[in-house]
Design a protein around this ligand. Structure first.
Ligand code: FES
Length: 193
């Protein structure tokens, strides 16, 4: 449905973009809405993040808030989670969707306990990322983009992760593994608890 006032967006709660957030309180957002909602610890962290920015620039907290939500909501961001982040910041959901769908570090579907992200960009490709990926697809018996049935692994192909000097490399959850070979990758997977 189109808004009659094109300068004012409509929020999921039916409030207008213009007044959205005027009466927001962090604790009210946490207690009075349906799941997913930030845990107490995540809400405190959100408040710390907002303090880094001027009050009228809350949207600048979008990237760290998405990271926080992803950690707090089990490693991925559902549409409801994205709507919630928009609500917490006080911006239209489309602003959150635009960002969350652009960056590969935001997972828009559930991932396994170990999210294996293999860089196949130019430096890693020149240094053998094809072999790394082949070793992983064979070892994990997964296709790129798939998760294992037991929920342990998700295998993803990603763009440059900024560790080109030590290519080829991959990331598992928050950790980087560099100067890899297919043999090292197989051993790495075997050593995961
Ligand atoms: S190309 Fe792989 S980390 Fe940069």
């Amino acid at each position: 449905m189109k808004s009659t006032d094109k300068s004012i967006g409509t929020t999921p709660n039916g409030r207008t973009d213009k007044n959205w957030g005027d009466s927001r309180s962090m604790s009210a957002l946490q207690k009075n809405s349906e799941t997913p909602r930030f845990s107490n610890e995540a809400m405190q962290e959100a408040e710390r993040i907002f303090k880094r920015y001027p009050e009228d620039k809350r949207q600048s907290a979008l990237l760290p808030l998405l990271h926080l939500a992803q950690r707090d909501f089990g490693g991925w961001l559902s549409p409801q989670a994205l709507d919630y982040v928009a609500e917490v910041i006080g911006i239209p959901p489309i602003r959150v969707y635009e960002v969350a769908t652009f960056y590969t570090m935001y997972n828009l579907k559930p991932v396994g306990k170990y999210h294996v992200q293999v860089c196949t960009n130019i430096s890693c490709w020149l240094c053998g990322s094809d072999g790394i990926m082949d070793a992983l697809t064979g070892k994990l018996d997964l296709k790129i983009g798939d998760s294992s049935d037991d929920g342990r692994f998700t295998l993803t192909e990603v763009e440059c992760l900024g560790a080109c000097a030590n290519a080829p490399m991959l990331q598992i959850n928050d950790d980087y593994y560099e100067d890899l070979t297919p043999e090292k990758v197989a051993d790495l997977i075997d050593r995961l608890p």
